[in-house]
Structure formats: C-alpha cells, structure tokens
Design a protein around this ligand. Structure first.
Ligand code: NAD
Length: 258
C-alpha cells in the first residue's frame, strides 16, 4: 500500500478539527487520500488564526464539511456521526477535542475539574460510542483514534486534572478496544508531547518552560500538528490492521529521557 494513499476511500471525522492538532489531523487525512473529511468543533475559526480548515480542504480538492458540535454532548456526537452517512459512513473517528485550563492544579475547583473532564473524557467516550454504533450498523471495520497526551503518562502538580483525564483516555481506549475488537473495530490513542498550537501556548507557566524543555528533548524542538496527523492517519489506515488498545507517544522522544 502506498503510504501517500493510505486513507484512500476512507471517510474521516475529526473532533476539535478546526484548530491545532485537529486541523493537522484533517489536513493529513486529506493528503493521505481520505475521500471526505468532516470537521466537528464548537466553531470553525482556527484558534491560531488563518483560513478555516474546511476551506483549505476544499481548495485542495477534498470533500469536506464543518459541523458545529460540543463533544461533551452524546446527542451532538450522534448528529456529527450521522453527517458521515452522506459520504458512505465513518471509517476513521478521531476523538481529538480537548482542553487544558490555566486554573489546573491541586486546588482546581469542582466546576473547572468537571468542565475539563466533560470535554477530555466524556468527549472521547461519546465520540467513540457514536462512531462504533454506526460502524457496527454498516458492518465497517473502522478505526477510532483518541488524542491523549504525553501528560497521560507523566504528570506534575500544574496538570493535576489534565493528566488525570489523559490517563483515563489511555485506559478507555484499551477497554473499548476489547469491547469493539470482535466487530473488527480498532481503538487506539496518540499521546502528543509539546506541539505548536494555541493550547500549548495557553498555560503561561508551561509556555515559559518551553526553552528549557526543548533543550532536554532528543529532537530539540516542538512538534507540528501534521506530525501528529500523520500518525493518526497511519492508525486510521489498514497499515496498522493489527494495532489496537495502544497509546502511542508522539513526543520527539521527550518521555524517553524524563
Ligand atoms: N498542543 C499540545 O502540546 C498537546 C499535547 C498533548 C495533547 N494535546 C491534545 O491534543 C488535542 C488538541 O489540542 P490542541 O493543542 O490542538 O488544542 P487547540 O486548543 O489548538 O484545539 C482544540 C480544538 O478543540 C475544540 N474544542 C474544545 N472544546 C470542545 C468541545 N467541547 N466540543 C468540540 N470541540 C471542542 C476547540 O474549539 C479547538 O478548535 C487535545 O485533546 C489536547 O489535550 C495537545
């Protein structure tokens, strides 16, 4: 199989696809031959600015549509996945939307803690449930890929809630891989390290540490959203047909030397 066409004919949904890593997943999916890309997000405005990703996909000749949704709502996820019916049904579900909060830490309020979990954990579960239901109905051997984080494997007090949520995502993909595997549906996660997006710049304490962190990373740089997108494309493709239940670090080697 040609790597450049590894998603040939596949319909891809990306939550949080308007910005950052999600936009990178959407653009990489198109580059790897996806037949249609459905972008689900709260807004189609990229947080980092610039042209909306759907406009970029359409300009590149890929069928694409934006659908407004909140991943923390199960009915929104059902409606998002229903959009894929117009294109033949979802083959690859990227449950990517996630948030980090500047107020994270050991004394995070109950309200902020539950807000973070509702996006980072409920959002992945509801997206996976909606996609798996449609895949099973249509008899598709699909692939679900969650965006977890390096923070799901290592933590510190500044990411108390965030790391807790991402460790939960890593366990969730293993459980869902077990549940959906007999139907031929694979479930995996990617765990990005520091990626150049609006989110990674939004926590001032973390952003300040970037230079020091970079000097300790084997590749000495932040990652770019499409570098995560390429790994999601591979996990979505038939090239990874025996890979399920795993959480794959995409961190420039940072975790290896921590
Ligand atoms: N940037 C990093 O360094 C990094 C590292 C590890 C993991 N991640 C993870 O990658 C994913 C994407 O992060 P990013 O850096 O691209 O962030 P981002 O803030 O640039 O983009 C996130 C997108 O998700 C959308 N979103 C937020 N809440 C939503 C909701 N309730 N419903 C629908 N969409 C919603 C936002 O509107 C935005 O478009 C997240 O899960 C994040 O935790 C990021």
């Amino acid at each position: 199989m040609n790597m450049e066409r590894m998603l040939h004919g596949k319909v891809v949904i990306v939550t949080g696809g308007a910005s950052g890593i999600g936009a990178g997943i959407a653009l990489a999916a198109a580059r790897h031959g996806a037949s249609a890309v459905i972008v689900g997000d709260l807004s189609d405005e990229p947080r980092e600015g610039g042209t909306p990703v759907v406009e970029r996909l359409l300009a590149a000749g890929t069928k694409a549509v934006f659908h407004r949704c909140d991943v923390s709502s199960r009915s929104d996820m059902d409606e998002l996945v229903a959009v894929a019916k117009d294109y033949g049904g979802v083959d690859v579900m990227a449950c990517n939307a996630g948030i980090a909060l500047a107020s994270d830490g050991p004394w995070i309020t109950a309200e902020n803690f539950h807000k973070l979990l509702s996006v980072n954990l409920d959002g992945v579960l509801f997206g996976a449930q909606a996609a798996a239901e449609q895949m099973m109905k249509l008899g598709k051997r699909g692939s679900i890929v969650a965006t977890s984080s390096m923070g799901g494997t290592r933590t510190g007090q500044l990411t108390t809630a965030y790391s807790t949520s991402k460790a939960g995502v890593n366990m969730m993909v293993a459980a869902l891989a077990d549940a959906f595997g007999p139907s031929g549906i694979r479930v995996n996660a990617v765990c990005p390290g520091l990626i150049n997006t609006a989110l990674s710049q939004s926590a001032p304490e973390v952003a300040k540490m970037f230079d020091a962190l970079k000097s300790r990373m084997p590749l000495r740089r932040l990652g770019e959203p499409e570098e995560v997108g390429n790994v999601v494309a591979w996990l979505g493709s038939d090239l990874s047909s025996f890979v399920t239940g795993t959480s794959l670090l995409v961190d420039g080697g940072q975790t290896a030397v921590l």
